[in-house]
Design a protein around this ligand. Structure first.
Ligand SMILES: [Zn+2]
Length: 114
């Protein structure tokens, strides 16, 4: 859905999550189990809340993950975060969430502000 000035009305979120080397799923068995549980459930959760995972990148040596989501609204994202598999995952990870815009929307706003 687009607004009157043509920008995307579906919020896009950048999630930056990080864990300590001690709680890395590469070395920590409990963390590995929790991460595998989430991987197996994630598609179902995304569908349940109408959320699209646009991309996901790992910086393995920094124990940091970058994920980009299209969400119907913030409430849906918050509710999904409280699902048991994600709540368990977040006990190993800190999260930073940023509202981001696609470049095409930013360019449109820039051109309209002339
Ligand atoms: Zn790690």
């Amino acid at each position: 859905m687009k607004s009157a000035i043509g920008v995307n009305l579906v919020p896009t979120l950048l999630l930056i999550s990080q864990h300590s080397p001690e709680s890395c799923w590469l070395f920590n068995e409990e963390a590995k189990k929790v991460h595998l549980n989430l991987v197996n459930k994630l598609e179902e959760l995304l569908k349940k809340y109408g959320i699209r995972l646009l991309g996901c990148w790992f910086a393995l040596s920094e124990h940091t993950m970058y994920e980009v989501y299209d969400v119907p609204n913030f409430e849906a994202f918050q509710k999904m975060s409280m699902e048991p598999e994600i709540a368990a995952w977040s006990s190993f990870n800190t999260m930073e969430i940023k509202l981001v815009s696609p470049l095409e929307d930013v360019m449109r706003i820039l051109k309209q502000s002339q």
